[in-house]
Design a binder for this molecule. Sequence first.
Ligand SMILES: N[C@@H](Cc1ccc(O)cc1)C(=O)O
Length: 429
Amino acid sequence: MNDFIEELRWRGMLQDMTAGIEAHLNEGQATAYLGFDPTADSLHIGHLVGVMTLLHFQRAGHQPVALIGGATGMIGDPSFKSAERNLLDKDTLDRNISGIQRQLEKFLDFGSDKPNRALLVNNYDWMAGFSFLEFIRDVGKYITVNYMMAKDSVKRRLEEGNGLSFTEFTYQLIQGYDFYHLWKHQGCSIQLGGSDQWGNIVTGTELIRKKEGGEAYALTVPLITKADGSKFGKTEGGSVWLDPEKTSPYAFYQFWLNVSDTDASKYIRIFSTLDRKTIENLEEDHQEAPHLRLLQKAIAKDVTIRIHSEADYQMALKASGILFGKSSLEDLASLDERTFLQVFEGVPFMQVARAAYLEADNVVDLLCTDQTIFSSKGEARKLIQGGGLLINKVKISDPRAKPEIPLLQGTYLLIQKGKKNYFIIKIEG
Ligand SMILES: N[C@@H](Cc1ccc(O)cc1)C(=O)O
């Protein structure tokens, strides 16, 4: 059994913990949970810190419980959120829950019959049948309003003048009750979470203490920051999702490839499972030749393979090489349509009807269907004669030749003027 706390510490994943937790963990196998509200049908990379925390907990020989908040997702956690949130309906929540479940299975071992196999629970299962009267008698009675209002997360809302509804105010009681329920029925003595969850977690330890004189522990991990102060996990296109339909494996890979050097040192500890020695060696190599982006490449590889697959990683790698390195017609042809279009996003497009393409006598006519690529046929001819034109990475040397290059995806030609000027011809119909 390795040391969970020590593992989090060197990885920079330890924010706060309640007293006594280390001694408690040293006593033997423990159970800890971490909750996710199913606000979307996929997790995004902001959730990954929590998932990795559960993963390290299991690797240390303990039992992780992933809780999906079918009930709390209906309320919305007000912690450090500036505005009241919309309520989600049951169908949306159910869809979201199954999406998230599948993603968690890529990290945690739910299947085995080991004593520390991961469990998945949904708080809707114990909250749905709870009557309002029962709840305010069995839970509400133990926690004072003063206590609830003193939480930073609640105070901030009150101070900012927006206030919060009674519904959101009760959120911490539900999360507190979850902890109590899991403590009572699953022997779960620890709740893990992001640092914004501290207040909700200790409402739970308080409830366990008051209701049964029991002892339970809180441990939080830092919120991920970026060296430049902007928000982690967002790109121009929005959040970076784990679902390949929402964020393609290529875009996912690129996200990690593009993090800054300072962030890369931090992120590789948090998001990859590489061990300390490997990371320190990588850092040394990185320092000698930062332009090679060894750290970024190592994180991108580790995370892309875990979340997607080896094949997705290979495709992302090939796609990333196309704009920057040497690549061939085979490399281009191996990309799927979506990745191809993402690699060349923003490149000028020219549309040509299929009939016109088939009838074109020579490349120059095709290239000059309109003025997107060349302003005159003379210019096109000159470039071809000078050896500066490539179609699908193949050099074209005769301006009078028929355009006989196979289309990519049966639809596209990638035109390259010189080294860096790309255009796409899309054959329509
Ligand atoms: N409040 C947590 C999710 C959560 C829900 C229920 C719990 O019991 C625990 C955690 C969040 O917003 O991230």
